[in-house]
Design a protein around this ligand. Structure first.
Ligand SMILES: O=C[C@H](O)[C@H](O)[C@H](O)COP(=O)(O)O
Length: 283
């Protein structure tokens, strides 16, 4: 069996397991909403001529990979998939797709990623999973940066739905100084993110720490300005504010429809979407 045939076989196995994974499972309304958003975004933005695809992080992204796998081996065996972290790398491998890194592909056709909150101008808070550094590199590298999420992330002003603060990746030795500076800037409750089943702080995929810095809503009115101020603090590696980067955001709704916001300010509400597997996957 040639390498290409092996990849095709792996891809075909991945297709059938991807189908089983969500089509055969009974999804609750939030999971269905995530799947609808992810599938619609893939259908509209991951085209047959796209060769390098960025795969983001979070709970909606497995459905992104699932839908891409449904596009079939013939198209996927020509593609490279660049992950934003450990989770997405595993998703790519499990789907039988080819993993690459951004140092080989500094230009990406399209990156699809999750978000913690998105406003009407498509500014995003990201980094709830501490992946914001790699996510921002892949968003910047992409011709099209597309966000997918469920209805709970669809906001008007950042900081209203996601209240735990702006995720900020920091060099470990500098965390105390950055925390002090963030408090001086107005984030009185900024804190180091601690591990859940681990003693000590969360360590990012890059070996750094993560601070969550909630700012008063008045500070969040102009996220670009706040982003620059935080980024200039010595010791900050990256800030989970993504401003003027996103081309379109897809939100799955509770009733099975989707909402699509685009960078030109247009909002399409209650768009009907059929989340059946693609014919290529069913074949
Ligand atoms: O660091 C993590 C990422 O920014 C995620 O895309 C974001 O936190 C959304 O994750 P979830 O879909 O799991 O809420």
């Amino acid at each position: 069996m040639s390498a290409q045939q092996a990849a095709a076989a792996a891809n075909s196995d991945a297709n059938s397991s991807a189908q089983k994974s969500s089509q055969a499972r009974q999804l609750d309304p939030v999971e269905s909403a995530k799947r609808a958003a992810a599938y619609a975004a893939v259908d509209n933005h991951v085209k047959p001529n796209h060769v390098v695809i960025g795969i983001g992080s979070g709970s909606t992204v497995p459905y992104v990979v699932e839908r891409i796998a449904q596009q079939g081996a013939a198209v996927n065996e020509k593609r490279w998939f660049v992950p934003t972290g450990f989770q997405s790398k595993e998703l790519i491998i499990d789907a039988g797709l080819r993993v690459a890194d951004v140092d080989s592909f500094p230009s990406i056709d399209v990156t699809i990623d999750g978000a913690d909150e998105v406003d009407n101008a498509l500014n995003c808070i990201k980094g709830g999973g501490a992946c914001q550094l790699r996510e921002k590199v892949l968003a910047e590298a992409a011709n099209d940066f597309i966000v997918v999420a469920d209805y709970r992330k669809n906001g008007t002003q950042l900081g209203t739905k996601w209240t735990q603060g702006i995720p900020i990746e920091v060099a470990p030795f500098a965390f105390a100084k950055v925390l002090q500076n963030l408090k001086r800037m107005g984030s009185a409750d900024a804190k180091l993110r601690m591990g859940k089943a681990k003693a000590g702080p969360v360590v990012t995929d890059n070996g750094n720490f993560c601070i969550d810095a909630p700012f008063p809503l008045s500070y969040m009115k102009d996220p670009s300005e706040l982003l620059v101020k935080i980024k200039l603090l010595t010791g900050v590696v990256e800030v989970g504010l993504f401003c003027n980067m996103c081309k379109a955001a897809y939100f799955g709704n509770q009733d099975g429809t989707i909402t699509i916001k685009t960078a030109d300010g247009k909002v399409q509400e209650n768009v009907a979407f059929d989340a059946s597997p693609l014919a290529t996957a069913a074949a």
